[in-house]
Design a binder for this molecule. Structure first.
Ligand code: ADP
Ligand code: MG
Length: 339
């Protein structure tokens, strides 16, 4: 009998990898927004149609790509962001896996227009199911515009399991909120089916939070600030009266990324102890900055779950600084609202 093991062709490997990176339109939104941020964009526009099922388009004014790089960008494990394993311990970028564009291009119709400031002409590239179907020079503004159409057109099972437009739009909006709140120094626009949902000018963290969450939160925010050797913390916690029986607004960011961390969440909740009625959830927008070599963001492809080197100390510092910020409040002074 002959041997039977063979390497999968690239387009098949890409499609399998895509299953991990791209679960839904919101995953495409996250990857494209992060690429625009890594390209040092100052203004980013997100345009979607039909909750991203028909179109996800991201336009940035970042550094753009050469023609060769635009081609390379769609190869698997192709990245400009790291070059050695050591770089993984000092990440300054959102991306580093070099998988997003290859994955997206395996399961959608993708077209890119990109130009570097120093080039007269840019490049347009069209890719379908990992195959380049067109490439030509174009006149285009400096920066990059990526359009992802007909997501999962060749993966019917995935397409069928997409949720209703309103659910997928909610997922995209959540993703947009997280990225925009992590980067208030970048201007963002978000347009869905030709109507503008957000137009966020560059500004302070507080402005960004209020612009996204609504002016009703403005006088409910208590600032937080703490510098230690291990980490620096800034951000806001919601006054106790802003706590909700429903989930509340809970945002942790670490080194400019939204993260989920149930242990650190508990640190905040426990600092609120005695200030909230039973089962009410505090709201918070807490930004942590730690040395890049003390955080591991490579434990999951979507990078929202992370590990810190010294989680117990970080827990204690967060708890103490939230308690400190809450010092002025006591349970008797609070008039709880029902929601
Ligand atoms: P990663 O972000 O992990 O490097 P991606 O597949 O998302 O992998 O992107 C591959 C490469 O394409 C990036 O490393 C970057 O060099 C380039 N790239 C992607 N998007 C942009 C963009 N909007 N502007 C400039 N370069 C980009
Ligand atoms: Mg990327």
């Amino acid at each position: 009998m002959s041997d039977i093991i063979r390497l999968l062709p690239d387009h098949v490997a890409n499609q399998i990898a895509a299953g991990e990176v791209v679960q839904r339109p919101a995953s495409v939104v996250k990857e494209l927004l992060e690429n625009a941020i890594d390209a040092s964009a100052k203004a980013i526009t997100l345009i979607i149609k039909d909750a991203g099922k028909t179109l996800v388009q991201v336009i940035d004014d970042g550094k753009g790509m050469s023609t060769t790089d635009a081609r390379m960008a769609f190869e698997r494990h192709a990245t400009s962001k790291i070059s050695s394993a050591e770089d993984l311990f000092a990440l300054a970028t959102k991306g580093f896996r070099g998988e997003a564009l290859a994955s997206v291009a395996a399961i959608a119709h993708v077209s890119v227009k990109t130009r570097r400031e120093e080039d007269d002409l840019g490049t347009q590239l069209d890719i379908e199911g990992s195959k380049v179907t067109g490439q030509e020079p174009v006149v285009t503004p400096a920066g990059t515009m990526i359009s992802v159409r007909n997501l999962f057109y060749n993966v019917p099972a995935r397409r069928k399991f997409l949720k209703s437009d309103s659910v997928e739009l909610r997922n995209i909006t959540n993703e947009f909120h997280r990225v925009a709140m992590a980067h208030p120094q970048i201007a963002f626009k978000f347009i869905n089916n030709d109507s503008e949902l957000f137009n966020l000018p560059a500004g302070s963290y507080r402005h960004r939070i209020v612009n996204i969450m609504g002016s009703r939160v403005d006088d409910k925010l208590v600032p937080l600030k703490e510098e230690t050797e291990l980490l620096s913390i800034h951000g806001y916690i919601g006054k106790p009266e802003f706590a909700r029986k429903t989930k509340g607004l809970q945002y942790f960011f670490a080194n400019d990324r939204f993260i989920k961390h149930s242990y650190l969440h508990h640190a905040v909740v426990s600092a609120f102890e005695g200030l909230l009625p039973d089962k009410a959830n505090p709201s918070y927008f807490i930004y942590l900055d730690v040395p890049p070599d003390s955080i591991d963001i490579n434990i999951h492809p979507t990078k929202t779950e992370v590990k810190f080197e010294d989680e117990h100390s970080i827990y204690a510092i967060i708890r103490a600084s939230v308690k400190h910020a809450l010092g002025q409040f006591s349970i008797d002074s609070i008039d709880f609202q029902k929601d």
